[in-house]
Design a protein around this ligand. Structure first.
Ligand SMILES: Cc1cc2nc3c(=O)[nH]c(=O)nc-3n(C[C@H](O)[C@H](O)[C@H](O)COP(=O)(O)O)c2cc1C
Length: 396
């Protein structure tokens, strides 16, 4: 088998290993997927300004995030149902992150529970929270995350309702997945995945299994299940309520304009994730990278800024950091690794990023990640439009 040279190769391996409906669940975005493509293409509009004759014989890729030192400036973003890609998926990804010096964020919608993931690693990373309609359940999630030792609460604010993921509608994607006439052939072609999943203790939202209010024994469509739980009435006032429940650092994920960034800082938020949810929510939002400068400017150093969406190369990470991000969050790239080869696949994804960031810094003439600034980039106007190779314009 040919070697895996980059994240795109890992994506191709993932595509072969898991059923089509699951690959589509990972890959898809909302509506026409304009924002999914925009996230990726934005990186091509920035070209580097390299320096020559700089001593780059040793490089430092580390950063600090909310006071925590990371060997790699990467956060594995919260993804729901990662445990469907490999048994114990969230535990595997959390372990891989620890091993490679990155940070893991556990989703509210995970298959493994808050406690299972915390027990799998020496110290858990961040917990991502959706503020549920039922504030009792929300409170209990926060208390469980606190008791389990998660270091920051990452509140996702771009989901007043679920985005329109048409691939899932078309595929009749359900949780847990069930055998239907339509997917029988797909499952037959991926018997390895079916067999692997029979070893998994569950194939549904682990954090709610015990909750009478949310447990459903029957398979329901993902869209129907989750839209019932999202609360479209959440406002900034709810952050105050959370502040009282959670004394630790608060991170807001899903900020996409300067006004919201300023408000977040006024509400004492310590970090912001500039994100459009990987193009899975409001289609038509600009690329996360394109709004990064306006948000860095609005925040003015009063909070840490993280870039999320479309990051597939170490050079993308370097560009985002040069534009003022402290670290990048990745979603699909590590899911490709998880689907392709479990924990080893996530480690491979992180190792590919590490090598690429390292090489980029070397060739750029910048030995330390924390020395990067906008002077290492040419503005969008100055850069030749770098287009992605054919067939690479989608998420990969
Ligand atoms: C399959 C999948 C599930 C996701 N589930 C969540 C989630 O539960 N909570 C959340 O805040 N973001 C979720 N996201 C969004 C990611 O955290 C992240 O914002 C996005 O994947 C970044 O874009 P990228 O995939 O291009 O790296 C999900 C993304 C994917 C692909």
């Amino acid at each position: 088998m040919p070697k895996t040279a980059n994240i795109e190769d890992l994506r191709q391996r993932a595509r072969r290993r898991i059923p089509r409906f699951l690959f589509d669940f990972v890959e898809g975005g909302a509506d026409d997927e304009f924002t999914v493509r925009a996230n990726r293409e934005a990186f091509g509009r920035h070209a580097f300004r390299a320096r020559s004759l700089v001593d780059v014989s040793t490089r430092d890729l580390s950063t600090t995030l909310l006071g925590q030192r990371l060997e790699l400036p990467l956060i594995l973003g919260p993804v729901g149902l990662a445990g469907l890609l490999a048994p114990g998926g969230e535990r595997l990804a959390a372990r891989a992150a620890v091993k490679k010096g990155a940070l893991f964020t556990l989703s509210t919608m995970s298959v493994c529970t808050i406690e299972e993931v915390a027990a799998a690693v020496p110290a858990p990373g961040w917990f991502q929270l959706y503020i549920w309609k039922d504030r009792g359940i929300t409170r209990s999630l926060v208390e469980r995350a606190k008791a389990a030792g998660y270091t920051a609460l990452c509140v996702t604010v771009d989901v007043p309702d679920m985005g329109n993921r048409e691939r899932d509608v078309r595929n009749g994607f359900t949780v847990p997945p069930r055998l239907t006439v339509a997917n029988a052939f797909d499952l037959l072609l991926h018997l390895g995945w079916v067999l692997r999943m029979t070893r998994s203790p569950r194939a549904t939202f682990g954090n709610f299994e015990d909750s009478k209010a949310l447990t459903r024994r029957d398979a329901v469509s993902v869209a129907a299940y989750t839209s019932r739980q999202f609360d479209a009435s959440i406002t900034w006032a709810d952050l105050q309520w959370l502040r009282e429940l959670w004394p630790g650092p608060l991170v807001l994920k899903g900020i996409s304009c300067a006004e919201d960034a300023r408000r977040a800082v006024e509400h004492g938020v310590q970090a912001l994730v500039v994100s459009n949810h990987g193009g899975r929510q409001l289609d038509g939002l600009p690329a996360a990278l394109d709004v990064l400068p306006e948000i860095v400017d609005a925040v003015g150093g009063r909070a840490e800024v993280i870039l999320d969406g479309g990051v597939r190369r170490g050079s993308d990470v370097v560009k985002a950091i040069a534009l003022g991000a402290r670290a990048c969050m990745i979603g699909r790239p590590y899911l490709y690794g998880l689907a392709a080869d479990g924990q080893a696949g996530v480690e491979l994804a992180l190792e590919l990023f590490r090598k690429e960031i390292d090489r980029t810094l070397t060739l750029l003439g910048c030995p330390r990640l924390d020395q990067l600034d906008a002077s290492y980039l040419r503005g969008p106007g100055e850069a030749p439009r770098l287009s992605l190779p054919a067939g690479r314009t989608s998420t990969g």
